[in-house]
Write a protein that binds this ligand. Structure first.
Ligand code: SAM
Length: 234
């Protein structure tokens, strides 16, 4: 999978050299390129923002550098390219969205700063051949910029690309994969600081362990995230 990131802080993405994603990059399972938006400016101060039309607080990212950057990245891009615009005003990012994005041949992340990117950049990108634009929110809170949101999405999507995580089974037994939260996990020793591992997990009875885990999933989801459960029918 090819991933492009446009940002005014390319150094944020040095963490993509670390751990599973770093190895996936070395193995060319993920081909990531980070672009500095300021390379597409033409003034001495490398300006990327200006005051908002209509007034109001803060600055807005200017369309011209974004337009040039996206021309360079998206002209001739393969059909099915998704431009992901991190935004608190986007639709919520979910495991389902991550699975869907993992099927795209190419993802382009546009990291906003200040009050965000001039809306025409997003509207224009949606008219480019082969490109689908999605405004996606990491959650109902406001970050300083799109970089942390893009990183979180790249990690969630990248681990679903075949070959990135060694054991594919570990991807299906996760929270949110079957609509529920995961059961609690334990490892050795069986007693630690007087806390015991639930005896059923030491029983060797695989059927009983599976049933216990399912019950734990349901109990945890009911307690922590009842909104994930289907509404009760009378
Ligand atoms: N004025 C914008 C609003 O109220 O919707 C918020 C701008 S925010 C300070 C700057 C940038 O951070 C946004 O353009 C976006 O790229 C990113 N950002 C902030 N919160 C986010 C979130 N919850 N999810 C995804 N991106 C976010």
């Amino acid at each position: 999978m090819r991933i492009d990131i446009v940002t005014i802080f390319p150094e944020f993405f040095s963490v993509l050299d670390v751990s599973l994603l770093g190895r996936a990059r070395q193995q060319r399972l993920l081909d990531v390129e980070v672009h500095d938006l300021r390379d597409f400016t033409h003034d001495r101060h490398r300006t990327v923002d200006d005051t908002p039309y209509g007034g109001g607080a803060g600055m807005v990212m200017k369309p011209e550098p974004w337009g040039e950057a996206l021309d360079a990245i998206l002209d001739g891009t393969p059909e099915g390219t998704v431009m992901v615009v991190p935004s608190p005003a986007g639709r919520p990012f979910t495991q389902r969205e991550a699975r869907d994005l993992a099927l795209a041949p190419r993802l382009v992340f546009t990291c906003g700063r200040y009050e965000g990117i001039d809306q025409r950049v997003i509207d224009h990108a949606a008219t480019r051949p082969g490109v689908e634009v999605r405004e996606v929110s990491l959650g109902d809170y406001v970050l300083n910029g799109g970089e942390v949101a893009a990183m979180a999405m790249i990690e969630a999507v990248g681990r679903l690309v075949p070959g990135v995580v060694g054991n594919p089974e570990s991807l299906t037994e996760e929270s949110h994969e079957d609509g529920l939260l995961e059961y609690p996990s334990y490892t050795k020793p069986s007693v630690w600081r007087e806390h015991e591992v639930p005896p059923i997990l030491l029983s060797g009875n695989h059927g009983a362990i599976e049933a216990w885990r399912r019950e734990q999933q349901l109990e945890r989801t009911r307690r922590v995230r009842p909104d994930l459960l289907p509404p009760a029918t009378d």
